[in-house]
Design a protein around this ligand. Structure first.
Ligand SMILES: Cc1cc2nc3c(=O)[nH]c(=O)nc-3n(C[C@H](O)[C@H](O)[C@H](O)COP(=O)(O)OP(=O)(O)OC[C@H]3O[C@@H](n4cnc5c(N)ncnc54)[C@H](O)[C@@H]3O)c2cc1C
Length: 381
């Protein structure tokens, strides 16, 4: 069964990454989301039509009900073919599984087919200027007015909000409530007068995330996922999906980067430096360890603290890969020709963000210290 799955996928990728899609090989991903965006969207649609997207979703919701092992095979083959980074991952890997677990049948039938068909793209509206690591400090509000929720507040660092049709927003729906109480998880259309998206320019010179302002934005009353006031639980479930099988795709991207860096070191002679040779070898070992950890823990229903371990390990690993890339490139890596960054400079700069998003290193260490090791709790404000 797995052999067939691998062969079918390999053949499909070879047959379809051709013609105009051939130029998508190795394109896109963090720090490079601007590359061939429209064509990559077409590619995602093509994958979906052929049944190669939303693999882990249950069959009754349009997925393939694929096992973790099959999903691993998918990512391996996808990387081996050098296929492009996906544009639909927030809908497919974060919101879709959340709706399958917590959505009403009406929400599922309204939204899941559009995610499957890559007709509606999503963004994640959690972080605010005063609520990043401390997400429970969310102050965006939503109040009921007739048949609608009316949303007011500001989100920040919202990845791909400038491309998204919808946003899942964590908002305070019980006035006067504090911390995790009184929050709700709302589905809000982005293309309306009450929503303004302002791109933020990153170190890389590109803009992948944004500030999002909600000024009396509206969404229908039934666009709340889970119970009103129970949004924290739903939001945490989405984060668990974000740190689950979705990380496999990311590791595949890491493999591609490491292989390309080893190749570069061989071509430019950097491999003759024993320190570089050792660091490249350590990097390869680190990736093998991460893969083994992912395979061991991902099939569990609740990865718990292991998600924090993997976040810490991969973020540090990837940041070090960026630094190593600069070393392999040598002194030339200090220069951006005509202000344009090459893939290694982009990797170096963008990987500085890895230890921040999805929960910073400090936050992951606190989770491990308090929940696993039982160390005294950090003082809370
Ligand atoms: C590339 C990228 C994409 C992102 N995409 C999205 C997105 O799509 N949607 C979204 O909602 N958010 C997104 N984020 C936001 C991300 O989740 C936050 O940046 C992250 O949670 C940290 O919050 P903050 O930036 O407010 O930093 P802060 O919380 O202000 O933290 C600043 C520093 O203080 C440390 N710190 C904070 N609290 C503690 C503590 N209690 N103990 C010890 N140290 C502490 C942190 O570790 C960090 O080093 C993205 C961020 C990045 C970098």
């Amino acid at each position: 069964m797995n052999g067939d799955f691998r062969q079918q996928l390999r053949a499909w990728l070879a047959d379809n990454l051709r013609g105009e899609f051939a130029k998508l090989r190795g394109v896109g991903g963090p720090g490079r989301e601007h590359e061939q965006y429209e064509l990559r969207r077409e590619w995602d649609r093509k994958l979906a039509k052929a049944g190669w997207s939303c693999l882990g979703w249950p069959v009754e919701h349009g997925g393939r009900g694929a096992s973790t092992q099959e999903q691993v095979i998918f990512y391996e083959e996808y990387a081996a073919a050098n296929a492009p980074a996906r544009v639909n991952h927030i809908g497919e890997e974060l919101l879709g599984p959340t709706l399958i677990a917590f959505g009403t049948p009406e929400q599922q039938s309204r939204f899941l087919p559009k995610i499957l068909a890559v007709e509606e793209l999503w963004c994640q509206g959690y972080s605010e200027p005063g609520a990043g690591s401390d997400l429970a400090s969310v102050s965006t509000t939503a109040t009921v007015d007739g048949d609608d929720w009316v949303i007011t507040g500001q989100k920040v660092w919202t990845s791909l909000a400038h491309e998204a049709d919808w946003c899942f927003v964590l908002a305070r729906t019980e006035p006067g409530s504090r911390r995790r109480e009184g929050l709700s998880y709302l589905l809000v259309p982005m293309r309306q007068p009450g929503v303004q998206v302002r791109p933020i320019r990153q170190l890389t010179g590109t803009s992948e995330f944004n500030e999002v302002f909600f000024d009396n934005a509206r969404t229908a009353k039934d666009m709340v996922v889970g119970e009103v006031g129970d949004g924290w639980r739903v939001a945490m479930a989405t984060l668990a999906f974000e740190r689950g099988v979705a990380t496999l795709g990311q590791q595949v991207g890491f493999r591609r980067e490491l292989d390309a860096l080893i190749d570069l070191a061989k071509r430019n002679g950097a491999i003759d430096d024993p320190v570089i040779k050792e660091r490249l070898t350590r990097s390869w070992i680190g990736l093998e360890v991460m893969r083994a950890h992912a395979l061991r823990t991902l099939s569990r229903k609740d990865p718990g603290y292991e998600a924090s371990v993997s976040k810490l390990v991969w973020a540090r690993w990837h940041r070090e890969l960026g630094e190593l890339a600069m070393q392999v490139r040598g002194p030339e890596s200090m220069v951006a020709v005509d202000g344009d960054l090459d893939e290694w400079q982009r990797l170096y700069l963008f990987s500085r963000a890895d230890t921040i998003y999805g929960g910073s290193d400090e936050i992951q260490r606190t989770i491990i210290a308090e929940r696993v090791l039982g160390l005294p709790k950090e003082p809370r404000a």
